[in-house]
Design a protein around this ligand. Structure first.
Ligand code: NAP
Ligand code: MG
Length: 481
């Protein structure tokens, strides 16, 4: 068996076998990957605890240099690794390459952040005492990541974890093991203590749960669905582990009566169908002012029909397959549910046949939907977009905020007063004006509110909040005599 699990500085073969196939062409086997058992997990955690101390002692220049090397290699190999991501996950090649390049930028950004680990000095309220407030690593960080950004999401967690002196045990999604191995190979080749970085593959329900319940784990960074987030939180609280969780959403995009219609269509198409709609930041509820509603629905549906759905590695493809057979089945069930709830399916929503056998689906637009419908309340993670008509801006804002989630929200308008009101009153973690709800920068915080997020923000300088712990240190100054 091939060796694809990386534990305590060694590649290991593991046990249960997971055959990984291309969602654009199910006859294409990307590789056979194995699962780590509880023995390998225990070894990873033990090695991580030892290695973390050495890594912290190695100092900021070393940490900077290692992260910079990882980032530069990812950027230089974005084309090659991007192909693998597209083959494995199903996103079009341009998106696969873009993702890997972005992953590199997370590492180079946090390479520099490693050098900026500063603290505070304070005078004491007592005589002859001085105080400093410093940041220290939290220890061993468990990272549990989803399949939809199989390189970028782990990168924005691994980079700050290592930059601030922590060790990492990473469990990637079972659907995207090849991307996980590609990233791990780059990290494993660096001059780092054995055990500082570990890749343990396995199912979420077994290995994922075992990892997040282990006492050796001081902090858990998770991206995935809300139910899994809840399960992880209930396990992790037993050990009082620190938690950072980024979960699902049901992001609104409001289209106002004064919006530039062509731009609104472009933005809605990108936000709803980019990445086959499988983005936590996707716009799945399009809330349109009644004055432009009919025009918008017609043009939006025409644009959705015009999208080329096909093999992710075909250069003409705009929308790749969905990730798996079970995802496709669930998407088609949501189409049936929407119809049964009384929504009008304007276009798409059916499985498509292409030259290769894959999980292709025509991007769907529902109109005549109400916000209370399940298709507007539940995250579908699919190329399915629902249009909701609003009588006024006030009603549109109310609908936008009427959700259990709160990751991103967008508005299309040319009125400054409305744009600013929406920026101030949208109950979301990221808000966009005249831009898609998906697509964020790497140097500023990312995260949501309500059921979409829990714990400190990811990315930018805010990442230090989660990946470090603060120590307040007092010293009596004594007397020089
Ligand atoms: P998921 O089912 O929640 O799985 C995420 C990760 O958790 C996978 O590695 C999974 O392993 C693991 N896992 C599953 N059950 C577990 C358990 N009980 N204990 C510990 N780990 C467990 O999500 P997904 O299907 O991979 O991805 C889609 C979801 O991710 C969507 O809800 C989407 O909104 C969310 N997402 C959020 C963001 C964000 O930043 N807010 C970004 C991207 C995606 P297996 O793969 O082996 O099941
Ligand atoms: Mg899942």
């Amino acid at each position: 068996m091939e060796t694809r699990i990386y534990v305590a500085g060694r590649w290991e073969s593991g046990s249960v076998v997971n055959e990984n196939r291309n969602p654009s062409d199910t006859s294409d086997v990307i590789g056979v990957f194995s699962h780590a058992d509880s023995g390998l997990l225990a070894e990873a955690l033990e090695a991580a605890q030892q290695a973390q101390k050495k890594w912290w002692a190695a100092g900021i220049q070393k940490r900077h240099d290692v992260l910079m090397a990882i980032g530069n290699e990812l950027m230089a190999r974005a084309e090659e690794i991007g192909q693998l991501v597209s083959r494995e996950e199903g996103k079009p090649l341009a998106e696969g390459k873009g993702e890997v390049y972005r992953a590199g930028q997370f590492f180079t950004y946090f390479a520099a952040e490693a050098l900026r680990l500063t603290g505070d000095f304070a005078e004491s309220v007592r005589a002859n005492i001085s105080i400093d407030v410093r940041r220290e690593p939290v220890g061993v960080v468990a990272i549990v990541s989803p399949w939809n950004f199989p390189v970028a999401t782990p990168a924005w967690k691994i980079a700050p974890a290592l930059a601030f002196g922590n060790a990492v045990v990473w469990k990637p999604a079972d659907l995207t093991p090849a991307s996980a191995v590609a990233l791990t190979e780059i990290i494993a080749r660096q001059d780092i203590p054995a055990g500082l970085f570990n890749l343990v593959m396995g199912s979420g329900s077994k290995l994922g749960r075992a990892l997040v319940s282990n006492k050796a784990v001081s902090a858990i960074s998770f991206t995935g669905s809300v139910p899994v987030g809840r399960d992880i939180a209930s396990l992790a609280i037993q050990n009082m582990a620190k938690m950072q969780m980024e979960m699902g959403s049901k992001n609104p995009l409001v289209v106002m009566d004064d919006a530039d219609m062509n731009l609104a269509i472009d933005v809605a198409v990108q936000a709803a169908f980019g990445g086959t709609g499988q983005k936590c930041t996707a716009a799945s509820r399009i809330i349109v002012h009644k004055a432009v509603h009919d025009e918008f629905v017609e043009k939006f549906a025409n644009a959705a029909r015009a999208l080329t759905v096909g093999h992710a590695l075909d250069s003409t493809t705009q929308i790749g397959p969905v990730v798996s057979a079970s995802q496709l089945k669930q998407n088609l069930e949501y189409i049936a549910l929407g119809k049964s709830e009384g929504a009008e399916l304007i276009c798409g929503g059916e499985a498509l046949e292409r030259q290769t056998k894959g999980y292709f689906m025509a991007p769907a637009v529902f109109a005549g939907t109400r916000n209370s419908m399940r298709i507007n309340q539940e995250e579908m993670f699919a190329p399915i977009s629902c249009v909701i008509m609003a009588d006024s801006y006030t009603e549109a804002l109310h609908i936008a905020n009427d959700t259990e989630f709160g990751l991103t929200a967008g508005i299309m308008t040319n009125r400054l007063s409305i744009a600013n009101h929406f920026r101030a009153n949208s109950r979301s973690g990221c808000v966009m004006v005249n831009l898609p709800t998906a697509g964020t920068d790497y140097h500023v915080p990312f995260g949501g509110r309500a059921a979409s997020s829990y714990g400190p923000r990811e990315q930018g300088t805010y990442a230090a909040e989660f990946y470090t712990t603060v120590k307040t240190s007092y010293v009596a100054n004594g007397s020089p005599e």
